[in-house]
Structure formats: C-alpha cells, structure tokens
Design a protein around this ligand. Structure first.
Ligand SMILES: [Zn+2]
Length: 270
C-alpha cells in the first residue's frame, strides 16, 4: 500500500536535501507517514569523497527511533560526517522521538527549537496546558499523544519569532506558530524548499481508508491556536520569492507541494 521510494531510508528529493518517511501507527487501523529530512552542509575537506556537516529536520516518533537511526547511518557514511543540528518543527511526539538518542550519539550536536516550544521538550510541560481558540483542541487535547522526550537545556539553540538563524547559507529558520505555540519551519535555501512540519499536511482526508494525498491545514484536534495557524500558512505564501516547494511532515506524495498549489488551497487575508 505504501510505495514511497523513501520509505525507511533517505532519498535525495532535491540536491543536498534528503527525505525519509516512516509509517507511524497512531492507533490500530490508523497509520500516518512521518517525514524527516537530512540537509547536507558544506564539504569539510577537499577531495572526491569529502565529509560533511549534516542537519536533521525533526526526529520521528519514539517507536521509529531505530529505523531512523539506521536510515541516518545509511547516509552519513564518511567517518568524519557529523550531525550538527536537530531542527525541530514542533515538540509533538511524532517529531521528537529520536532527539535524545541523536544527542547522545553526536555529542557536538544541538537541538534548534523555538523559545515557545522549549518547555515541551526540555521541562516536561504538556501541550495540554496550552490555551486554545478552538473547541476541538479544548475537547480533544485530553486524548492526544503526550511526548516524553527530555532534552537538556544546554543542548538547545533557542530562537524567537524574528530571529534570523541560518546555517552556512543552506538552512534558515522561520517561525510558523499556531499548530503549537512555537511551531517552526526551515527553508533549504539552495533548493528553494520549505519544511513546514504540521503547518500544512498532504495526506488523505481519511487516512484509514485512503492514501490519496490532499492538501490541508494542520490537524484541528491537535492545533492549539487555529487563527495563528492560518496566519502561518499566509506567512509561508509570502515567502514565494524564496520558496517553490513546500514539504509537510505528513505527506503521501514524493515531491512535496508546489507553492502555487498551497496558494490555491489557502487564499491569504493579508
Ligand atoms: Zn505531526
């Protein structure tokens, strides 16, 4: 049923940008694809097979840790290859699972996270404590999966809304709050792609019955501020000069979404 070429392994979707999709069993009968991305930084040395710095965007669900670590090992094959940053789009359980294991495996690495998201990944605070502007979140937050990941404060790079964090002209931070208080996206500058986490999704309307991708906003049940989430989609659309492709974390397509399609889906009220 799942014929994605990047299933359980990293595949180069754009030059220097690699995606690995792992299927997450949310509950019996409900399976959702979760994508993580590896970004290749500049070469660390000359020669035909140089080592690189690498950055990871999101780190999968806890049940996916071994699969993700194996997939990373399959790509970071040079003995001097190293993971520098784990860039988290938001601290939900399906995006943070392997972060502690990766921090241990790569002692020089750090987690990049929005300041408003940090309590959920460093201090054990639950997203259920978030104030909400919707009845859906207020009602359904009690049934959501809790993340038990704990990351040490001194292993984080903490960013605020307007901070301009950029790695070697390769990856750039953009705050896209709403799904969670500190949701963020990351632009892969060379390929004009943006990884938006759950700010947008491209899975079936009903994942229990279908695998036909369909653009939607974030999942309402787990989105604490719907107004901010819609403004963040508008914000992504304002990046049209820098971005051609939008890659959601939950995506049944291989090639992401062209930003024009996002525009058709969401007419911004700017
Ligand atoms: Zn998610």
């Amino acid at each position: 049923m799942y014929d994605l070429p990047d299933l359980n392994k990293f595949v180069e979707v754009r030059p220097g940008l690699f995606r690995c999709t792992i299927i997450w069993r949310v509950m019996p009968g409900v399976e959702v694809p979760v994508a993580t991305f590896l970004v290749r930084g500049d070469s660390l040395e000359n020669g035909s097979d140089p080592a690189h710095d690498w950055l990871l965007i999101d780190s999968g669900a806890p049940a996916q840790v071994d699969t993700l670590l194996n997939a990373i090992d399959g790509l970071l094959t040079h003995e001097k290859d190293t993971l520098r940053y784990i860039c988290i789009t938001h601290a939900h359980v399906d995006h943070t699972g392997a972060a502690p294991a990766l921090l241990e495996k790569y002692p020089g690495s750090r987690v990049v996270i929005h300041q408003e998201e940090k309590p959920f990944i460093c201090d054990g605070v639950s997203h259920r404590t978030c104030p909400s502007d919707t009845w859906t979140f207020t009602l359904f937050k009690h049934f959501s999966h809790e993340s038990y990941v704990k990351v040490p404060h001194d292993r984080t790079v903490t960013l605020r809304d307007d901070d301009k964090w950029e790695f070697e002209h390769v990856l750039k931070f953009v705050a896209t709050t709403g799904h969670t208080p500190g949701s963020a996206s990351y632009i892969h500058i060379p390929s004009r792609s943006i990884m938006v986490g759950d700010a947008l999704m491209n899975i079936a309307t009903n994942p229990m019955w279908s695998k036909v991708p369909c653009i939607s906003g974030p999942m309402a049940l787990s989105t604490c501020n719907w107004g901010d989430a819609m403004n963040s989609i508008s914000k992504v659309l304002t990046l049209k000069d820098e971005v051609d492709t939008v890659f959601p974390a939950h995506d049944y397509s291989v090639d992401g979404i062209h930003i024009d399609k996002v525009h058709e889906f969401h007419k911004p009220s700017l």
